[in-house]
Ligand binder design. Structure first.
Ligand SMILES: N[C@@H](Cc1c[nH]c[nH+]1)C(=O)O
Length: 383
């Protein structure tokens, strides 16, 4: 095997793609700042216990682990930055008021989430801590839509779900509580035969409700269907009421409900959403409420947020036009160097041709050149 092969679902990002990702990263972070989100940079790795705190058992399987030569303890490489940011809010900032934080960085997954999915997504996201009301969820959804619009996706469908529905059903039946992890998996896969088998010994009300969940999707009327099909447990009613209220607050043009779309992480505790763009089966952004994570870090804080993978998003964007550039000869002459510096200060790309390498650069399109006319360096259009 050649030594330069990369592991499966791990790839280099080449110049034109890297440029697209970087431009989107800058535009997204600048936009987050306009909404008052402060940038934080959590570490690439932490002690495993800290990364797993409040994160749910699914995180353990998704995380790469290694041994720390300094402490002898096991370290985990982050698979999701959301819980790291919750730790920062809970322990380091210790603010009582609302805190808005954002972040961007690579995460690693032990297994790809789909056949072609990368195991190294570039995660970017925003989180609000300290407000339990739906207004925070509405702001997060608006921000997710604004971010997708920046990336060139103006028509996005938001799929809403609520972790409280399954939680209330599970709390009502000890047998279901024991099978929580499997229930999550089967519901995510909408695997009705599997659900039938697993729920055989559950009480009838829980069983019927769990079997109904995969079919409770569609337009916003689904909430009314859910009220009829699901048991009138306080947790179920509260969750459906919240979904209904959020639909009124959220500005999305197209909203659907899918009460079995639990594909986020197990730490979600309330309203969850996934954003879909035309022509792509996988969600391009996911988010939701996770009030219990701060509690696990010792400071109960309401929390909601969203994140997305910039690599995936930029792959869907059209290829960017090559940037116009100016070709300049190589030279140390003060007048030439002064002219080049002046053009670069004005935002122009000026590339000095190294002797013997006058050909084009892939990422750039030379449309002008610097020529010396009677001792003055002037720009000339290239045909
Ligand atoms: N980090 C979650 C999405 C999220 C951000 N904040 C809350 N939820 C995910 O990757 O699915």
């Amino acid at each position: 095997m050649p030594t330069w092969l990369l592991p499966e679902n791990i790839a280099d990002v080449l110049p034109s793609e890297a440029r697209k990702i970087e431009e989107l990263r800058r535009a997204t972070l600048d936009n987050f700042q306009l909404y008052g989100y402060e940038l934080v940079m959590p570490p690439m790795l932490e002690y495993v216990e800290s990364l797993l705190t409040g994160a749910g058992q699914d995180m353990d399987l998704r995380m790469f682990k290694l041994v720390d030569q300094l402490s002898g303890r096991t370290l985990g490489i982050r698979a999701d930055m959301t819980t790291q940011v919750a730790r920062i809010d809970a322990h380091l900032l210790n603010r009582a008021s609302v805190t808005r934080l954002c972040y961007a960085g690579s995460v690693l997954h032990t297994r790809p989430s789909g056949f072609h999915a990368t195991r190294e997504p570039y995660q970017i996201g925003a989180e609000i801590y300290g407000h339990a009301g739906l207004e925070a969820d509405a702001e997060i959804q608006e921000l997710a839509l604004a971010t997708l619009a920046l990336a060139g996706f103006p028509s996005v469908r938001l799929d809403l779900c609520h972790a409280g529905v399954l939680r209330a059903l599970i709390e009502n039946d000890p047998k279901a509580a024991k099978a929580e992890a499997q229930l999550f998996e089967l519901l995510q896969a909408k695997d009705i035969p599997g659900l039938r088998e697993l729920t055989a010994g559950f009480n009838v009300v829980t069983r019927e409700a769990l079997l109904a969940l995969p079919n409770l999707y569609g337009d916003v009327e689904t909430i009314e269907r859910a009220r009829l099909r699901l048991p009138k447990l306080a947790g179920v009613t509260a969750a459906l009421d919240e979904l209904q209220a959020l639909i009124k607050l959220a500005g999305a043009a197209s909203i659907t409900i899918d009460l079995a779309d639990l594909r986020g992480y197990h730490y979600h505790s309330g309203v969850m959403f996934a954003a879909y763009v035309p022509g792509l089966p996988n969600a391009v952004a996911r988010g939701g409420r996770y009030d219990h994570v701060g509690e696990a870090f010792g400071r109960a804080r309401p929390a909601t947020g969203f994140s997305m993978d910039l690599r995936e998003l930029s792959r869907l964007m059209p290829v960017a036009d090559r940037k116009a550039a100016i070709r300049a000869p190589w030279g140390q002459e003060a007048a030439l160097r002064g002219k080049i510096a002046e053009l670069r200060r004005a935002g122009e790309v000026v590339i000095q041709s190294l002797p013997g390498h006058e050909n084009d650069q892939d990422e750039f399109r030379f449309d002008r050149t610097l020529v010396n006319e009677n001792g003055i360096w002037t720009l000339k259009n290239l045909g």
